[in-house]
Design a binder for this molecule. Structure first.
Ligand code: HEM
Length: 379
């Protein structure tokens, strides 16, 4: 079965990349960056070459909070999720059997599995049932791949209003709690980590960023790993961490980063000014032929040796590097280990390309899982 090919905007960037120029003016209107060195310079904001910003904390009004609030919230969320993963690790095998076998429709199955596993840390069980219901609906309508196209504009508008009202009411209720009390979930982390006068809709939006990062990004990365492993049977015996790293290399869920140059300058031989938009494309960085051998192939065993770390940025680079990278990798590796060790995987899909949005999600596919006879001590 052939691997999916890039589609839409991604296909255009891939076609424009001539391998001779790592930075170029794209027909998409942005200045595209595909060179590892330039990508790290932009994302690491070397020599203050871009306006410092965090996509994660961007809200409709601008950017939420100051840097101390942002990093404090990111760190506290990671710690809470890490503890939750440790406490609930033993439930993963049952979850895989119940929710994925014998057949499941992906990538949605991956997103919903992650939602189920992280549910209590995203929204504690004592939160009002109406807020839990809104959370489920946000996932169905806004996080699952292609979800936004499944509903008409009026329905989307009405739902957005209802969801915002419910979340804003919940944020206000949480503000009444003592700030010294330990956080029960990620919403507590956001509310107590922000200044007391923080704008309520901003807090709701930051909370939604965490929902997209967990249920969306981890789910899509898991789905890519399953699709690639199932279509490359020889890779099943590779170490789960190699499978996850290679899936994130070939199909980085966070595939495009927008930044604005802080001044006129030369970037990778291309003149850029403060009115340009830079688009760092990690999909192209991760397949750069000067850094990766057989860049378009799924080869998990390449991670057994030395790899060009400088051309690998699935969690970003520099001051805004992902706060949740370690917890995301841990959950992904645990799930991939269970899936490849205990289950025989096969998939069917109709050959569509990836589903492109703010995240790079795999095409829809159906997975068949049948139990593997596991010999003691063997994989
Ligand atoms: C496979 C899963 C994930 C991927 C691929 C991913 C990717 C990324 C990337 C590329 C960035 C940098 C964005 C930029 O420079 O503009 C980022 C930032 C961030 N991520 Fe993740 N992420 C994932 C999961 C998570 C999880 C589970 C959390 C929960 C703690 C999280 C929290 C954050 C935060 C707070 C930031 C902002 C960091 C800052 O600006 O200080 N991410 N993520």
């Amino acid at each position: 079965m052939s691997l999916p090919s890039p589609t839409g905007h991604l296909a255009l960037l891939a076609a424009e990349f001539d391998r001779g120029h790592d930075v170029w003016r794209s027909r998409t209107g942005s200045v595209c960056v595909a060179g590892p060195d330039q990508a790290r310079a932009v994302m690491g904001n070397r020599d203050a070459l871009v306006a410092d910003t965090s996509d994660f904390y961007r809200t409709r009004r601008g950017v939420f909070g100051d840097r101390t609030e942002q990093t404090g919230i990111g760190r506290a969320a990671r710690l809470l999720i890490k503890r939750h993963l440790s406490d609930h690790r033993g439930e993963l095998a049952g979850l895989v059997a119940d929710r994925l076998a014998p057949t499941s429709d992906w990538p949605d199955a991956a997103n919903l599995l992650v939602l189920h596993h992280l549910r209590d840390v995203l929204l504690h069980p004592g939160a009002p049932p109406s807020v839990h219901a809104v959370l489920d609906e946000i996932v169905r309508r806004g996080v699952l791949a292609g979800a936004r196209d499944r509903h008409g504009a009026p329905s989307r508008f009405l739902f957005r209003r209802r969801a915002h009202t419910a979340l804003h009411r919940e944020v206000l209720a949480r503000r009444q709690r003592g700030r010294a009390e330990p956080p029960r979930d990620v919403l507590d982390v956001v509310v107590t980590g922000a200044a007391p006068e923080a704008y309520v809709p901003d807090l709701a939006e930051v909370y939604l960023s965490f929902l997209f990062a967990t249920v969306g990004s981890i789910g899509f990365a898991l789905a890519w790993a399953v699709l690639l492993t199932a279509t490359h049977p020889g890779s099943r015996s590779a170490h789960p961490s190699w499978i996850v790293r290679e899936a994130l290399r070939l199909w980085p869920v966070a595939w495009l980063f927008a930044r604005t140059p802080s001044r006129a300058q030369l970037l990778g031989g291309t003149e850029v000014t403060g009115s340009d938009r830079l688009a760092v494309c990690t999909y192209l960085v991760h397949r750069h032929p000067a850094y990766w051998e057989r860049p378009d192939e799924f080869l998990p065993t390449r991670w057994s040796g030395s790899v060009p770390d400088e051309a690998y940025l699935p969690f970003g680079h520099g001051p805004h590097t992902c706060a949740g990278a370690t917890v995301a990798l841990r959950l992904l590796e645990d799930l991939v280990e269970l899936l490849t060790r205990d289950w025989q995987l096969s998939v069917t899909h109709d050959g569509d390309g990836p589903q492109l949005g703010p995240a790079l999600a795999p095409p829809r596919f159906t997975a068949l899982l049948s139990r593997r006879d596991v010999r003691p001590g063997g994989r």
